[in-house]
Design a protein around this ligand. Structure first.
Ligand code: PGA
Length: 261
């Protein structure tokens, strides 16, 4: 593990669990996952459950993430919730997730505006980037990663980078069970780190954590966590299984203890 970068495991519950179920599930996870100094665990419940869970959660044990928000702070935007309203409820925000890019047609401009809104409201952005199956087949992965990174981070200063998290999530691997090969993840993470250095310099990018996401299971977590430059995982499906998610957090803890020995 790179000194100073704490491992990060994010559970993205997507549009699952009612408010009541989410509360029970948080209770269950609280019993299973101990507070660990070397691993930060972030839960991203449905927006409706975020506020009640923010009152229930022990923030030393879990941080909370919002799955989506609108980038303006206030105004006549019926049905939307802003980062300004989420400040002090959400610690992190997932931005640019492939389901938002592809199902809801979010543009690069939307994504960039959301990153800026999160930073402006002191919510840590988790910017998701990744290539589609067809981009991959045309050998465009590295270009896609560079483009999404440059565009998503436009207008951020190097000071803003301190709280930034990048999640490498190949679109074809999300929710498909078709997970990426650790050596491909290694290549992608290298491209991401090099591009960050190119944009902001080595020093400013040291604090940025880079995650892998896409069909992570408890059985594959350790392989990704062992990849150089990977600081954690963004977990969808397996985060809804308390046993699997606990195992994944344990693997993250073990990866830091192994790195120290
Ligand atoms: P998955 O989702 O683990 O179910 O593939 C990952 C994600 O959406 O971030």
């Amino acid at each position: 593990m790179t000194p100073g970068r704490k491992k990060l495991i994010v559970g993205n519950w997507k549009m699952n669990l009612s408010v009541h179920e989410a509360s029970l599930y948080l209770h269950k996870l609280s019993d299973k996952i101990p507070v660990r100094r070397d691993v930060e665990v972030v839960l991203a419940p449905t927006l409706l459950a975020l506020q009640p869970l923010s009152l229930q959660v022990n923030r030393r044990q879990f941080k909370l993430a919002v799955q989506n928000f609108y980038w303006r702070d206030h105004g006549a935007y019926t049905g939307e919730v802003s980062a300004a309203q989420l400040h002090s409820i959400a610690d992190y925000a997932i931005i640019g997730h492939s389901e938002r890019r592809h199902t809801f047609h979010e543009s690069e401009k939307d994504i960039r505006s959301k990153v800026q809104a999160a930073v402006r409201n002191r919510i840590k952005p988790i910017l998701c980037i990744g290539e589609t199956a067809s981009e991959r087949s045309y050998g465009e992965t590295n270009d896609v990663l560079r483009d999404q990174l440059t565009s998503g981070l436009a207008n951020l200063t190097s000071d803003d980078l301190e709280t930034l998290v990048i999640a490498y999530e190949p679109v074809w691997a999300i929710g498909t069970g078709d997970n990426a090969n650790p050596s491909d993840v290694h290549g992608a993470v290298k491209v991401i780190r090099n591009e960050l250095k190119h944009l902001y310099g080595t020093k400013a990018t040291e604090a940025v954590r880079v995650l892998y996401g896409g069909s992570v299971k408890s059985s594959s977590a350790a392989d990704y966590l062992a990849v150089k430059g990977v600081d954690g995982l963004l977990v969808g499906g397996a985060s809804l299984d308390s046993h699997a998610f606990t195992e994944i957090v344990t693997k993250a803890h073990e990866s830091t203890t192994e790195a120290k020995t």
